[in-house]
Design a protein around this ligand. Structure first.
Ligand code: ADP
Ligand code: MG
Length: 135
């Protein structure tokens, strides 16, 4: 397992980190975003999507369960906060041909194999955040 730690001081640095990580991720990859409400999960997703050319429409938080973006690679962004379980929402349909970015993946137990995913953990650190990326 590889693990990298980033100290991310601001929202704009978080967007940049998302853009940098996007270069490492591809179709079929699954990224589990772990962190409390307000940690910056959606911000990192926005950074990924902005780097793929999406200018608006990435919603925070929990507005939609899933948003699909016709980018290259295609992206599925899920925010499972309001659910007890993601069983039955059809998320699996997107796994093979999208880069899947999943907030609150504890709701997706049994659907995703975390061993096969990238895990991004975001912790509060002073006024900024500490982001740990492992695989
Ligand atoms: P989450 O999706 O984890 O609930 P959001 O992405 O909606 O969190 O972000 C919540 C707030 O945290 C936003 O106001 C955002 O600007 C801020 N934020 C994101 N990343 C950072 C950072 N690295 N340092 C400081 N503030 C940040
Ligand atoms: Mg969010």
């Amino acid at each position: 397992m590889s693990e990298r730690v980033f100290d991310v001081a601001s929202e704009s640095d978080m967007l940049q980190l998302g853009a940098a990580l996007a270069k490492e991720w591809q179709t079929g990859d699954c990224v589990l975003l772990i962190g409390d409400l307000g940690a910056g999960k959606t911000t990192l997703v926005r950074g990924v999507l902005q780097s793929l050319g999406v200018v608006e429409g990435v919603r925070s938080p929990t507005f939609n369960l899933m948003q699909i973006f016709d980018t290259q690679p295609p992206v599925m962004h899920a925010d499972l906060y309001r659910l007890d379980t993601a069983m039955g929402i059809g998320m699996e349909e997107f796994f093979a041909d999208h880069l899947c970015l999943i907030e609150w993946p504890d709701r997706a137990e049994g659907l995703v194999d975390s061993e096969q995913c990238f895990v991004v953990r975001i912790d509060f650190a002073g006024s900024g955040r500490r982001v740990t990326v492992s695989r």
